[in-house]
Design a protein around this ligand. Sequence first.
Ligand code: ADP
Ligand code: MG
Length: 241
Amino acid sequence: ENKNIVVGRTFADKDSKEEMPKPTTKFEHAFEKFPDLLAEIKKAGFEKPSPIQSQMWPILLAGEDCIGIAQTGTGKTLAFLLPALIHTDGQPHPRGIKARGGPNVLVLAPTRELAIQIEKEVGKYQFRGIRAICIYGGNDRNKQIEVVESGVEIIIATPGRLNDLVADGHIKIDSVTYLILDEADRMLDMGFEPQIRKLLLDIREDRQTVMTSATWPSGVRRLAASYMKNPFQVFVGSLDL
Ligand code: ADP
Ligand code: MG
């Protein structure tokens, strides 16, 4: 396969001599400190990390912000999800292991279908009791509030419904320290920018932010510039595009 891979700081000056994080070409390298997670990855039967995973994992595991740009089907979900699980596990649990201190990870996705797909992916990795909930319009609002109150570490949501629940004070997202904007270009195309910007007002600034996109238009660049801290950017594209 003829892949073109570019990694760098998105907004760095072109003379920067900073060294880029080394890609991890083996699951064992990226997650050597987490044998229980490695065992879960083994179950999926994948041979090796996809190019975007091998580039994004070291960046995200180092706590850096990162934008992953690659077309559909390149493995972007696990690229942000496995570091999210590790991030969650590393957070303090003020109310004990059973009821941790509120959601640590928020994934915003453009459609309910995609949100459900991400939730299914989370469900495959039984890692240290981490729990997730999917929040989208059209399903039982009270049930969603109840589950969040009973304790979840990961919220996967469409911006519209989550914004309603946060605005009404039913769900608090001020404990979120790892934010993902999945398919940012599609979320903007669908007109979610105002809801995203409102939600961002409630999320702490000392967080890690990840964005994925299939394209790199000016709207997505603007989002990155306003909400990410000196992000890395990983571009994986076919040379023949
Ligand atoms: P994207 O978000 O880039 O569109 P997905 O994360 O949905 O892509 O992944 C596309 C498919 O590739 C999924 O079926 C997923 O299970 C599979 N996949 C993910 N990582 C790997 C890997 N390292 N090796 C093989 N298949 C993978
Ligand atoms: Mg995806």
